[in-house]
Design a protein around this ligand. Structure first.
Ligand code: G3P
Length: 217
């Protein structure tokens, strides 16, 4: 499973990128707002840091304006994936922008039917939002599983990009289902390294090592 980092904070991207943990980055208007940076400037900086796709989201609501914004965002760098919302206008923009050779990430997906439409419109990535479905007592992971089945039934090449990942369990389940990509906040990716038995085991090793009186360096 590819790891995208869901943030516009360049320092946090850099730390994970140095470890080889970053296959791409996703941003959205809320993340740009949190960064306090100019969208063009910060997207350019991020796209220069990582080799993989960097999603930058349009904010227009009409298809023609989305297409114009998408073309502008795509010019920032070769690895930009233009992000459009899963509305009828967004699907029209997806069809045009993908037809022009751009990567397109269709976001705010909450049903398998929406995912099916995005694939037919030529989406490179579909972004189902797991956490936001869990927030309203639905099962976000069931959606990932349903989209996996629909795409596999018909051989769609659109990549499932599990988004709105909030917990390490979301990451684990998305990987078990066979999501192509997950995008998660840096904190969730770092937390995946943690296990209480690792901490307990290390503590025991350190205590025994101290008893040997030895040093390696
Ligand atoms: O990748 C989408 C993500 O940014 C939304 O996450 O936690 O705001 O639902 P969240």
């Amino acid at each position: 499973m590819k790891f995208f980092v869901d943030t516009a904070e360049v320092d946090q991207i850099a730390e994970l990128n140095d470890l080889g943990m970053v296959d791409g980055v996703t941003t959205n208007p809320s993340l740009i707002m949190k960064s306090g940076r100019d969208i063009i400037e910060v997207t350019k900086e991020i796209a220069g840091m990582v080799d993989g796709p960097v999603s930058a989201e349009v904010v227009a609501l009409e298809a023609d304006a989305m297409i114009e914004e998408g073309r502008k965002l795509a010019k920032i760098a070769e690895n930009i994936a233009v992000k459009v919302p899963l509305t009828w206008a967004g699907l029209k923009a997806c069809k045009v922008l993908s037809g022009e050779g751009n990567m397109v990430n269709v976001t705010l997906c909450f049903s398998a039917n929406q995912a099916l439409l995005a694939a037919k419109a030529g989406a490179t990535f579909i972004s189902p939002f797991i956490g936001r479905l869990d927030d309203i007592n639905l099962d976000g992971m069931e959606l990932i599983s349903d989209i996996r089945q629909v795409y596999d039934n018909y051989g769609f090449e659109t990549q499932i990009l599990a988004a709105s990942i909030r917990t390490v369990n979301h990451a684990y389940q998305a990987a078990m289902i066979g999501s192509d990509v997950m995008t998660a906040p840096p904190g969730v990716i770092k937390k995946m390294a943690e296990h209480p038995l690792t901490d307990a085991g290390l503590d025991a090793f350190m205590k025994d090592w101290a008893k040997t009186g030895q040093k390696i360096l």
